[in-house]
Design a protein around this ligand. Structure first.
Ligand SMILES: [Zn+2]
Length: 313
């Protein structure tokens, strides 16, 4: 007969092992910056699969959120994830159905959305992006705030379809609308709308619950980001599911709250800038303060967001 006390000791021991594992994971390398932090998270190999609606699923855990439609035509993917997640992403894709990935959209050039292009391309996918995304991928591109210079990608990692106007893909009985945007998060963003399932993938023009990065060194604009969000708000309803670049899958009310935060901070920073205040003076005046408790808890901290808004105006 099993001794219940023994069982509970065994359970306690395994629970402690889990606790130790989590702690050791959390205290792994001291991360030097955003690049290292996001890669370390991807290196853990944890990809969470969130079924959304119909054949549309979100994969979370390899940089930017990935959206994928699976059906009899194969798979249509938005975002390629980080290359070192190839195996766990492939495993997650396999659980969705047998078909291969036919298309991958890069919503913009940042590595946490495009780094997996090469392996997906080698596996047979066509990679869709804007000409500006291809331009940034083809050359060494530095993001000063991340203290990182991204080398040019290999030929296999380059997008194969360059869009300058919206295009609708008829795929698995769905109409997938792929729309290049005016400069917003970068100068080469794309949004993707799955019509049948009413799911919108925004790339990094929307971070649900967090201050977003805006890449002003590669054409990103606070005003363009607000315009992109406004264009989504007129086209979606309370039924629409929104996959942001970062953060949990959201709805129209959350996107509207994000828009109001952007406008509130933009207005404060624009007023100070118009008064002739320098970047340092504006950052020191804490223009984001009323919003920090709600929005400042991720990788873009309040001072950095104030700086981004100032420099992208
Ligand atoms: Zn980005």
């Amino acid at each position: 007969m099993t001794n219940p006390k023994f069982v509970s000791k065994v359970r306690l021991a395994s629970l402690m092992a889990v606790v130790v594992l989590v702690i050791s994971t959390l205290s792994l390398p001291v991360v030097a910056g955003v690049f290292e932090q996001v890669n370390a998270e991807a290196a853990s190999g944890r990809i969470t699969v969130h079924p959304l609606r119909g054949g549309v699923t979100e994969l979370e855990g390899s940089g930017g959120n990935i959206t994928v439609l699976t059906g009899s035509d194969g798979k249509f993917m938005v975002e390629a994830g980080i290359a070192l997640s190839k195996k766990p992403i492939q495993n997650a894709l396999d659980t969705l159905g047998a078909g291969s990935v036919k298309y991958v959209v890069n919503t913009h050039w940042h590595w946490d959305h495009s780094d997996g292009d090469a392996w997906l391309h080698e596996a047979g996918a066509l990679v869709i992006a804007t000409p500006n995304t291809a331009k940034h991928l083809a050359q060494a591109s530095r993001v000063t705030n991340w203290n990182h210079t991204f080398p040019p990608v290999t030929k296999d990692g380059m997008p194969t379809i360059l869009l300058t106007a919206a295009k609708t893909y008829n795929f698995d009985g769905d109409n997938i609308v792929v729309t290049p945007l005016a400069p917003s998060h970068t100068d080469g963003d794309i949004s993707v709308y799955f019509t049948k399932e009413d799911v919108l993938a925004t790339g990094d023009t929307f971070w649900n619950g967090f201050y977003p990065y805006i890449d002003y060194e590669h054409g990103g604009k606070i005003n363009g980001t607000i315009s992109a969000v406004d264009s989504y708000l007129v086209n979606i309803t309370d039924h629409t599911l929104i996959v942001p670049g970062h953060g949990a899958v959201g709805n129209k009310a959350q996107l509207k709250a994000f828009r109001d935060m952007l406008v509130g901070i933009r207005d404060r920073v624009a007023m100070l800038k118009a008064q002739g205040k320098t970047l340092d003076q504006v950052v020191a005046s804490k223009p984001t303060a009323p919003f920090d408790a709600q929005w400042g808890g991720f990788i873009v901290k309040p001072d950095l967001f104030a700086k981004i808004v100032y420099l992208s105006l």
